[in-house]
Design a protein around this ligand. Sequence first.
Ligand code: FAD
Length: 405
Amino acid sequence: MVRETVKQVPHELMRKIEREEITFPREFIDIITRNGVVGLRFPEKYGGKATSWVAEMAAVEEMGYLGFTLSCMYSLGSIVGEPIARFGSEAQKEKYLKGITSGQRYGAEAITEPSGGSDLFGMMKTRAVKKGNKFILNGQKRFIVGGKGADFFVTYAITDPDAKSRTRGISAFIVDRDTPGLKVETIYGLMGNKGGGTARIVYKDAEIPEENLIGELNGGYDVFNRMMVPERLTTSAGALGVSMAALEVATSYATRREAFGSKLIKHEGINFKLAESLTLLHSASSLVYSASRAADLLEEGKVSLAYVRKLVSMAKLHSTESMWKIVNDALQMMGGIGYTTVYPVERLLRDSRLGLIWTGSSEVMKMIIQHEFLKEFTSEDYWKTKRDVEKDALDFRLEEEKVFK
Ligand SMILES: Cc1cc2nc3c(=O)[nH]c(=O)nc-3n(C[C@H](O)[C@H](O)[C@H](O)COP(=O)(O)OP(=O)(O)OC[C@H]3O[C@@H](n4cnc5c(N)ncnc54)[C@H](O)[C@@H]3O)c2cc1C
């Protein structure tokens, strides 16, 4: 179903996006909602299909064939829907979650601030102050995909500046586009991923009705942590599709183009690239789907969020770094023509580069992976059933040689 939907996206739409004639592709949103593939994981009651995470990520992988802008625009339904489905009130689910799945309300996420993306909570400046039955929001958000065309934003703001820990003084909100005091200030010129209407948004005394608070007041950190599961999983899954799309174009070219008396694909320098790329892609795919499976197990209460966070971060790190290498090698397989706009591989390469930066950079993923592992490693449980391998050393008894300071 999703593959069929992906085929329905007009090639001319892709070209218009690339020529920057379209900065927010409503037509694409119409296609995915018309085909009933938005918000697949959400309950049927709210217009979803109650699928597993694994199934939803398979859908995102297919969307990756359209490049990162459209797979991201597709994924935003899952990302923005997550906090509403999990923490939102019934009224929010009726209005916004159903809005997402029916295509009537397109949601985007306004999280990153000019002062910092990686150290988001440490550097956050946006404030929300309660006044009567409203919150008054002041601050700005940067690099927001859908900034130009989305109907609402899921955003975060400091609500208790005196909280002992910053993570306990932040709340999540839904902000409607037509909120007085919300202004789109910059539409960014980008290296790739054109067409998403990526913008800076300014809140100046924006009045948010209190019923648009998501979950508990000062409970934004918990909302954020759950939201990061689809945020990073969808980037990981999209990267698989982007990689395979580039590899298929390059393989098709190499099976037709000739050099030194035979088809390119017959030369070991080319077909070994193909073999290595396929292997890398399969390893990325295995990690993406095991992380997706872990997300399903989290729903069943069988694993912890910390475990899922670690796997999702590994998936995001590995699949985006692999994509960057695979697409670059695909371009190399094609020689000069791969560098031109005659084929789409140069665009996929420019799209790919963002994968290593957004939704948490590679460095941030490494921070999370080692942090979560060391937390497990230093817990008592970790060692309970393990063999003490250190004792296999011939001279393990020489304690005076084990100097640590
Ligand atoms: C096109 C585009 C679309 C985006 N879409 C959205 C969106 O829709 N919504 C949204 O909220 N955000 C969005 N983002 C923001 C994106 O998630 C951030 O750019 C990203 O998280 C990095 O934050 P930053 O740019 O502030 O870099 P910084 O946090 O300033 O980091 C700069 C560099 O330093 C590295 N670094 C930082 N801290 C450490 C450390 N402790 N150790 C090692 N290295 C470190 C980072 O990895 C990075 O390489 C988008 C960004 C772009 C470019």
